[in-house]
Structure formats: structure tokens, C-alpha cells
Write a new protein. Sequence first.
Length: 493
Amino acid sequence: MIGVEAFGESRACFEDVVGWLSGSEAASLDHGPLEDDLERRGREVLRRLLQDHFDLRAGQEERVEVTAGNGVIHGSVEAEHTRVLTTVFGTVGVERLAYRHRGAENLHPADAALNLPAERHSHGLRRLAAVESTRGSYDAAAEAISRATGVAVAKRQVEQLARSAAVDVGDFYAASVPESGASADVLVVSVDGKGIVMRPDSLRPATEKAAAAATNKLKSRLSKGEKRDRKRMAEVGAVYDLAPVPRSPADVLASKSDGAARPAPRAKAKWVTASVADDAAEVIGRVFDEAESRDPEHKRRWVALVDGNCHQIERINAEAEQREVNVAVVVDLIHVLEYLWGAVWCFFAEGDTAAEEWVRDRALAVLEGKAGDVAAGIRRRATTAGLAKAKRKKADDCARYLVNKGDYLDYPAALAAGWPIATGVIEGTCRYLVADRMVFSSPHGVPVCALGRQAVRVGYGLASYRHRRVRASLGGGPERWGAGLPGVPGGAS
């Protein structure tokens, strides 16, 4: 009967709801207000059920011997020590025994049994804060939590919960390393950068200096060619496996609509990372760490996909040399196409359908390993046409790019081996992780704020949230709860 008596308030609250539903007030409502009012009353029933459960456990808590992590015995025991816990149902009080020792903090073994966080917000609210923070601003996250639970959480508290949620993402990754791919699978690493608008005091030194020295022609807006110098580069990296799919240049350019296109290699076991605080060398180092965890003996074929950024290529080659691994660097075909499309309008009128055929022919030639010939032909045509320097600039840029990146445009070998030649994975990471998350949901442009959000976005699925809950208990340890207790981390087994 003790369990029935303990839940007396919950039962009374439930009967009140049933009585209200049976009465004239509820009968006069249409379904909208009825639904809203029942939701509010139902939350209160759930809150009281949880409160009654905690009260029941408090009444059943047995005294035990408690020793702190430093070996000091906490022999004095006081009852009715209550702490506040804000849950998805509302705020409740958790009463438990306090084990005391003069000059030392109280220890509460019951906190370990309940795996209570050190702060007042429950794991359920923390999960909501982490999920909602990746979808928009902190204000929007607070509003979403209130809509879902009826619990008011301040914007600053949501920000703090999101940051604390990101703390264990690294440990989550370390504990959930993807299985190594087959020996015949290609191991692909890819890096890129994405600019994020920042506050002036959060810019990198070089960008801050350029912004301070910039002078604009107009006060109210930028003129053509002017930049605000307000962005800080987020360094992005990805690692994934794929089974090789040999293709021909014609396969790559075949149209999907006519069914002639051959399926491209498909990425699997993707791992992505991004940082607005670390530089390219640090991010690329982490990318290589992940790749080596999948192929520690360097028996597989490694391929690095890049957009042609010289510093990134230098860092990839430096990491490969340091780790004594052979990495084939391939420049993304999409960037080559962008340069070709920039060049084509030097020779054709805007909207001329012949431009599309011109780009396709040059792209096919590049895929066949004739990038140098394409560059020479573009320069020759610009010269023959007598184009002014300004008019032929895009053509010269394209030709220069094809020549400078020639060592990394060996598409015939890449296609024959079945390697990928487009950076779709890293471009998607830049869009969904960086642009949609670090930019959209970090309106203040503070590096640590963006870092917390990107970490949550990358690693904070439900699996990593469960990892976070375990880490919360392990992070307390005997210093907080007391050692030598069954079921307590660091205690008896």
C-alpha cells in the first residue's frame, strides 16, 4: 500500500482532469481550446507523477557507508536535503540523504543512482536544447522548448546547455569509429573552406587588418568589386570509403534524363569535421588521423579531393609525407567546370546556346587528359579575337588554372581506377554543417559559439546524446557522490 499512498497527489490530480473533462466547462469548448487545456493539465499530471516517484525513492533510501575520493569518510548523515530539477514536465524537488564531513562538501549517493546532472536542467531538456540549437537562433530554440514542454528556459541557459552538450563530441567520435572498409575500397579524404561572417573582434588578424584598412566608395552599400572583409574561414574536412566504379569521360558527362549515365561511386561511412577556430593544418591533421584509424598500415589506396587551394594541397602533401602514406591528389571537376563557364562568356553572347556545347567539349577534353591543350586553345582564341585585357580576364583565369593544376587533373587515371572526381561530400558539409548551422544559427559570429554549434551538429545525434548521459555520470565520480557504493561510478561493482 505504500506505493499507492505515495502517489496520492498524482491520483488526485488525474481525477481532477477526469472531472474537468466530464464537466460543463470542457463540454462547452471546441476541440482546439480543449486540446490546449488538456495538454497543460496533462503535463501537470506527469510532473506530479515524477515528483511522487522521487518522494517514494527518498523515503526508501537506505543509509550506507560513504567515503570521498580523497579517502575521507563522511559519517554524518542528514535527511531532507532537497535539490531542484527542471524536467520536460516541469520543476520538481529531489529529496535525498546528505553525507557530511566537517570542512568538506556534502555527498549525495542518491544523485548517482538517478544520474542527476550537476546543474538543474534534466537530460531531457538538455537533449531538446542541443537539438533545437542546431536549427536556428537561441531565442528560437528557447521558444521551441517552451512549445514542446511548457517549460520556460532562458536564452542564455539554452546557449550554456548547447555548449555543454558539445563537450563530449570528441569522445563520442573516439568511441564510435566506423568499421574499416574493404581492402579494395578507396579511402577518400577531402578538405575545403567556407567563410562565415563574424564580429570585427572575432576576425583573424589578417582579415581584421584588411577590414580596418578598407575604404569604400559609398557609405550605404558596396560598389562593384568591394568586399566587407567580415568573414572568418571555417576549415572543413571529410573522410569516407567507397567501392571503386571505373568510368569513362563520356560516362561522367552523360545525361541522367536519357538513362545513359553510369552510377558514380557512392560514399559510405562518412566522417566530417569543421572548425572556425582551428587553422587548415590542424583540421587536415585531424582528417589524416581519422583516415589512419581506418587504414593504420596504409594498405589501401588513398585519394584526396580538393578544389585547387594551394595551401590545402601543400598541407595534404606535408601530412602524407610525414605519415609515409601515398596520397593521390585530385582536383574537383566541378571547379574546373566553373572556370570553363567563366571563360565561355568571353567568346559568346549571354544566353547563346552554343556556349553550352563549347563548355561540354572542353570538359570532355579535360577528362581525357588534355587540360594543357584546352588552356592553350582558350588563350589562342582570346588573342585571335583581339579581346581587351578586361574582356579576356575570365579566359586567362581559366587557362592559368588548368595549367597550374595540371598535376592534379589526371582524370583518365582516376576514372579508370574508379575514383571519385567531384567533392560532393565536402561541398554538402560546407552547406549543411557550416552555412546552414554555423552561419544561420550563430548570428553573433563568435568563434566559440559557432564551435559549440558545429560540434553539436556533427556529433550530437541520439546515439551521442546517450553517450553524453553516460559521460555525465562518469564526470561526477566519487568526489561528488561518494565511493564504495554499489552502482556508483568509481564505487563497488
